[in-house]
Design a protein. Structure first.
Length: 268
């Protein structure tokens, strides 16, 4: 009897899963048959990790506020974060990771108006898809960035210099756009907590449109410093009618006034 009930429950769960999947609207397609990734995507990037607290006397506390503000439903939702997901480093590099994280305000390039790099920057804010190429536009906390990804079957360039965004080439695996990235500099991080990498890093990003959402996830392979390939959390961006505007320039004015090693909590 118990086995029969278990089998019935399994069948019901399978049916519910199929129904849920079938309820998702099909992604629109371009003339070449590939999913249409064009549009502006709200991916939650930028400075949403900052939650200033207005104190008595007119001052504003940005981080390390004492005493901590009373919890509210709105504040709890705003501060919700994914489960911790940190790369696994070889033992000889753990001290370096800790030192970079402990001195984040001085060592994190993003806080000095430099590019977050790939994959830390996450999914793009806007995609322009054309036959043979896809253009990614980013509006991040440290500025605006862009990538041009060929999808016509060409190989990686051999004459390109290393850069924070790397050299990416794309291809389609069914309805998933796969971007293969190499030629990265070694001065960006994988996360906001000192997760450094080498210039031998290899990144595979996957983009899939599901209805009016865009699913993005990246896998990083850097065997020089990592014990195993590391996969980012799945991020989901929502299609929006809002258009990108010219961002406010990132100007480094505050770091010289830092008096301690206060650490911001923005794990991506």
């Amino acid at each position: 009897m118990r086995a029969a009930l278990t089998s019935l429950a399994t069948l019901i769960w399978a049916a519910v899963s199929v129904a849920a999947a079938s309820s998702q609207p099909d992604a629109p397609r371009l003339a070449d048959g590939h999913p249409d990734l064009n549009g502006t995507w709200d991916n939650g990037s930028g400075i949403d990790f900052l939650h200033p607290e207005h104190l008595q006397g007119g001052s504003v506390c940005v981080a390390g506020c004492e005493p901590p503000p009373a919890p509210t439903a709105q504040r709890t939702a705003a501060r919700a974060r994914p489960a911790p997901n940190f790369p696994r480093y070889r033992p000889q590099f753990l001290a370096k990771v800790k030192s970079l994280s402990d001195h984040q305000l001085k060592t994190d390039g993003v806080l000095h108006c430099r590019s977050p790099g790939v994959p830390r920057i996450g999914p793009p804010d806007k995609i322009v898809e054309r036959p043979g190429q896809v253009v990614f536009l980013y509006d991040d906390v440290s500025g605006s960035f862009w990538r041009i990804i060929p999808t016509d079957g060409r190989a990686h360039r051999t004459d390109v210099e290393d850069s924070s965004m790397g050299d990416g080439v794309g291809h389609w695996e069914g309805d998933t756009l796969v971007v293969d990235g190499t030629h990265f500099t070694d001065d960006t991080w994988l996360t906001d907590n000192g997760a450094f990498h080498t210039n031998q890093m290899h990144v595979i990003e996957r983009f899939k449109r599901v209805g009016d959402t865009l699913e993005w996830q990246a896998t990083v392979d850097d065997p020089t410093v990592l014990l195993a390939p590391w996969k980012t959390n799945l991020r989901v961006a929502k299609l929006t009618t809002e258009e990108l505007v010219e961002p406010t320039p990132c100007i480094d004015k505050d770091i010289s006034h830092v008096v301690d090693n206060t650490h911001h909590d923005n794990p991506r």
